[in-house]
Design a protein around this ligand. Structure first.
Ligand code: B12
Ligand code: SF4
Length: 523
């Protein structure tokens, strides 16, 4: 049987990274079946195009996965495929949280022939065999013999053959810059972010989060060896393809077990498997100096920190009092001392927020080492304690907000601000954080760093701006480039003088190798 695994586009910006679930299910598909992957973010398709593809390829089963925000789009695509007579199985967090919806048991239309609840590592092979034998069941749940939910142990973990996959479709470098950057010799014409999970589960149970409910509070890890081997394979792949690979450890809290994280990082270093990496780590776990040293030594570059708010009352409301705003600055300074920077994530529209929350938060952010702040509005995802609380209080204004998805639109009213006021705060937070003036301020604040580092930081700022203000075409990019011309001019001038002095040095090396060797040693 030929199987298509499809991930709809997220409807706002294109994702910068492949979705791991598709690659994982492909790797554990029983032999004898062929699996084709389409990520709508990299290869956009409408309903007709998808159906035409499925027919042309002779696909016998379509698997669709989606987060809540992509659910409506996923259902539309599923409807079109089913109308063409091909069975659809859906999985992922959203259908697990509202299983009656895709099956049409909530009074709405049916969108899927079958659904996979929860983690599908053990149920997927069964789904494939049942579909191939024409006896697909409605619901596949990961249960043990006694009917209790069983979580995959992650040991062993399948080997994902990244090296044989078309990663070029996820190249982050804008097409117009690829050829120029490709000629610079260090592989910057092709930059890919690759997701690796080293463990699953988070016990913290923040009120708005689906992770504790979905993955459970029992944390499971892959063996260090399996993670290290995956990194070594990726490193070889990057070298062979003259590309840059950045690893995103997608664990919800990469340092949830500090001892294990340290041992993994030590093994990465010992095996020389370092690749630049990003991970999500909560601020409380970054108090440990040795951990931060190991992050730096293993080539950790960016840490995503869910700060959520600078107001302790807000944090208590959402069951996240383990975040201590008073220590945010110290944590960020500890990272910055090792040239590690943070993607700091904030929620606007928490119940204790009042007008002016964006300005108050930005004032704090601007006093910290430069990072990449991101902001979202509080969103009640189904099956979270937040969703249940708002339903009980009759506060949901759009109870099935995902079926009428609109980016950054709230589905309930915060207690101390209106929805339009929250929207204004969100706009302000993004606009000021990524304004041309702020971008210039940040690259100046990093003036003691090498030009290459500052240029990368600046380029990342332009990309991050695009999360909220989509830059989906050449015109939009040219506009951003024009607005940021002062930063670009200043960075280019420095880059040219750095290149010139490097060339001069090179000439001197030719003329007097011994002096040059001494100079290099001194540098
Ligand atoms: C990486 C990640 C991202 C990446 C993007 C996704 C990507 N390219 O990988 C980034 C950082 C961009 C991101 C952004 C966001 N994310 Co996110 N993200 C994750 C994260 C940390 C890992 C996803 C992952 O790969 N997991 C590992 C795989 C193996 O698990 P899985 O996807 O669940 O797949 C398993 C099963 O679900 C099942 N399965 C999944 N799909 C399918 C399909 C079929 C057919 C079958 C049979 C089975 C199946 O099988 C898999 C193996 O068991 C998850 C949390 C988590 N731990 O999952 C949040 C998570 C998915 N994100 C979430 C959210 C809310 C967001 C944002 C909306 C946050 C925000 N406020 O802006 C944005 C929106 C992104 C966008 N624009 O689309 C929520 C989604 C909740 C929900 N119900 O929708 C999650 C669950 C985290 C949370 N806090 O609750 N995210
Ligand atoms: S720490 Fe992160 S992953 Fe864990 S429950 Fe809270 S928000 Fe979710």
């Amino acid at each position: 049987m030929k199987i298509l695994l499809y991930n709809p586009d997220n409807g706002v910006t294109r994702n910068f990274m492949p979705h791991l679930w598709m690659f994982l299910l492909q790797a554990i598909t029983p032999p004898g079946h062929e699996v084709v992957l389409i990520d709508g973010n990299a290869r956009p398709m409408n309903e007709e195009e998808l159906v035409a593809f499925v027919r042309a390829q002779g696909i016998g089963l379509v698997g669709i996965g989606a987060m809540t925000r992509m659910a409506a789009r996923a259902y539309r695509m599923a409807d079109a495929v089913r109308a063409a007579g091909i069975p659809v199985v859906m999985g992922g967090p959203h259908v697990t949280e509202v299983p009656d919806e895709p099956l049409g048991k909530d009074g709405g239309p049916r969108h899927a022939d079958a659904i996979a609840l929860g983690e599908a590592d053990e149920t997927w092979p069964r789904i494939v065999e049942d579909a191939a034998n024409g006896c697909l069941k409605e619901i596949y749940a990961p249960l043990d013999e006694s009917g209790k939910e069983r979580k995959p142990s992650l040991q062993p973990y399948p080997s994902i053959p990244w090296d044989t996959m078309d990663l070029e479709q996820f190249n982050m470098v804008p097409k117009m810059a690829r050829s120029f950057l490709g000629k610079q010799g260090s592989g910057w014409g092709s930059v890919q972010v690759v997701p690796i999970e080293s463990g699953r589960g988070c016990p913290y149970g923040c009120e708005f989060c689906t992770v504790t409910g979905f993955f459970g509070d029992s944390i499971r890890f892959r063996s260090n060896e399996s993670v290290v081997n995956e990194m070594l394979r990726l490193k070889n792949h990057a070298r062979a393809n003259r590309s840059q690979v950045i690893v995103f450890f997608i664990d919800d809290n990469f340092a949830i077990n500090i001892k294990r994280t340290k041992s993994l990082l030590r093994e990465i270093i010992a095996a020389n498997a370092q690749l630049p990496w990003i991970a999500q780590i909560s601020a409380n776990l970054l108090r440990d100096e040795e951990l931060v040293d190991l992050i730096a030594a293993s080539d950790g570059k960016w840490v995503f920190i869910g700060m959520e708010s600078i107001d302790t009352a807000n944090l208590a409301d959402v069951n996240k009092s383990f975040n201590k705003p008073a220590e945010y600055a110290a944590v960020l300074n500890r990272l910055a001392k090792r040239n590690i920077y943070a993607i700091t994530s904030f929620i606007i529209g928490l119940d204790n927020d009042t007008p002016g929350v964006a300005a108050r938060t930005l004032e704090q952010i601007e006093s910290w080492p430069p990072g990449l702040p991101v902001f979202g509005q509080l969103t009640p995802f189904p099956a979270t304690p937040l969703f249940d609380r708002l339903v009980a209080a009759g506060r949901l204004t759009r109870p099935k907000h995902w079926l009428e998805f609109a980016p950054y639109q709230m589905a309930h009213e915060p207690l101390k601000m209106t929805i339009p006021q929250t929207q204004i705060e969100l706009d302000q937070a993004w606009a000021r954080s990524y304004s041309p003036e702020r971008n210039l301020e940040v690259i100046n604040a990093l003036s003691d760093h090498p030009i290459r580092f500052r240029a990368i930081h600046f380029i990342m700022r332009l990309f991050f701006r695009g999360i909220y203000f989509p830059q989906m075409n050449k015109r939009a990019w040219l506009k951003v480039i024009f607005q940021n011309r002062r930063s670009i001019f200043s960075l280019s001038r420095e880059a040219i003088s750095a290149i010139r002095s490097a060339k001069k040095n090179k000439k001197r090396v030719g003329a007097d190798p011994a002096t040059a060797m001494n100079e290099r040693r001194a540098a």
